[in-house]
Write a protein that binds this ligand. Structure first.
Ligand code: FMN
Ligand code: 173
Length: 387
């Protein structure tokens, strides 16, 4: 069992030798450092969200309204942070949420591969986006022994969707995460102000441009006419007419675990389960899609409705304490988006690993010092509401 708290001891001892940490430890510090390094419009694309951005601020603020109640002398010197998900035991409850522009966030523009390497090294699974700068075959190979997931944006071209799913299977991904909340793009004032959207300029379309079905829809190969390929992407990307009736088709495409991302209402959970879905992913897309409420406020209702089906969660997780709170509210695994994205900006694989180490050290110490030795000991009863 890894002792994640050792990371903090390591930082103090390195300090004795005159070394300070390579990257900022707080989310605010990561965001500021990443902003200083990034092209302005790419930074705004990552940092920004829907409308007046109150949803993304609310996602973060909502965690402050929960407190963890400490227990003493409970024998929590050794902690077990492992979780079981679809037959695999992962060393920690964290996962890397899909980021569709990750590819171009690192200096070398191989951010998906850099993140996959961090996943391979840490055992923290990556949910690889449909929108990658390197094709899924390469990213899947870079995941090593850490089973990862492929996130599917269901295109309005069924044959293309089928090709994506079958390629993901062949690439070694161990589950398909279908994102439901982005069948069209939300209203994002920052991007509108810059009048820019990365994919329209050809970024992170490798899964499309490498796909035989997608290529067959083009008059000229994407290498010859990338602008036409990006335009074709915009025409195929979303499927506004997808409904629950289409889930039988999606379910029929693969025997891999199938998860639905963006579920926030308890009544949507039984519909998903009736359709043969294996996992629920509660998320409001980090507040990037539409004005809503803090995603963590939806989690307990979704968990209750799931009746034992795994529930993944993301949106607003910024600290190890947030990770523990989401677990206590019933999440099976907890995702992070922007925090590791900024790690990738600052240091590629090493930056992502650093961010994970910080979150895991804090989560581990938060559990230990509050007297909880395993995730199984966390429940809503360990939390109190802070007015
Ligand atoms: C720049 C960026 C791109 C994203 N791209 C995708 C994507 O391609 N697919 C997807 O399902 N979610 C995408 N998301 C949403 C994340 O998977 C996740 O839900 C969200 O970032 C979690 O919130 P957090 O950033 O507050 O941790 C993206 C998020 C960001 C910040
Ligand atoms: O920006 C996003 O959050 C996202 O998920 C997305 C949506 C469309 C294209 C690329 C990424």
């Amino acid at each position: 069992m890894a002792n994640y708290a050792d990371f903090q001891t390591g930082l103090y001892f390195a300090g004795l030798a005159g070394e300070t940490p390579a990257y900022p430890l707080t989310f605010a510090g990561l965001e500021t450092a990443a902003r200083d390094k990034m092209e302005h419009r790419l930074y705004d694309y990552v940092a920004g969200g829907a409308g007046d951005e109150h949803t993304q601020r609310g996602n973060v603020a909502a965690f402050e309204r929960w407190g963890i109640q400490p227990r003493m002398l409970s024998g929590a010197a050794d902690r077990d942070l492992s979780v079981e998900l679809f037959g695999h035991t992962y060393p920690t409850p964290l996962f890397l949420a899909p980021i569709g522009v990750l590819g171009v966030m690192t200096d070398d523009e191989h951010g998906d591969l850099a993140t996959a390497a961090a996943s391979a090294a840490s055992g923290v699974p990556m949910v690889a986006s449909t929108l990658m700068q390197d094709p899924m075959e390469q990213v899947g190979a870079a995941l090593g022994d850490t089973p990862g997931f492929f996130q599917l944006y269901t295109p309005n071209d069924r044959e293309l969707a089928e090709s994506f799913v079958h390629r993901a299977e062949a690439s070694g991904f161990r589950g398909i995460v279908v994102t439901l909340d982005t069948w069209t793009l939300g209203y994002r004032p920052r991007d509108l102000q810059h009048a820019t959207f990365p994919q329209l300029r050809g970024a992170c379309l490798a899964n499309y441009t490498s796909d035989p079905v997608f290529r067959s829809r083009l008059a000229a190969p994407p290498e010859e006419d990338p602008a036409a390929a990006a335009f074709q992407w915009a025409l195929t990307f979303g499927n506004p007419t997808l409904t629950w009736d289409d889930l039988a088709w999606l379910r029929g495409l693969t025997e891999l675990p199938l998860l639905l991302k963006g579920i926030c209402h308890p009544d949507d959970v039984p519909r998903a389960k009736d359709a043969g879905v294996d996992g629920i992913y509660c998320s409001n897309h980090g507040g990037r899609q539409v004005a809503s409420a803090p995603a963590i406020d939806f989690l307990p209702g979704v968990v209750d409705a799931a009746e034992g089906t795994p529930v993944l969660f993301d949106s607003g997780v910024r600290s190890g304490a947030d990770v523990v709170k989401a677990l206590a509210l019933g999440a099976t695994a907890v995702g992070i988006g922007r925090p590791y994205g900024y790690g990738a900006v600052l240091g590629g694989t090493a930056g992502v690993e650093f961010v994970l180490s910080c979150l895991l050290a804090e989560a581990d110490l938060t559990m230990g010092l509050n007297g909880y030795a395993s995730i199984a000991e966390l429940s809503r009863d360990v939390l109190v509401r802070v007015p």
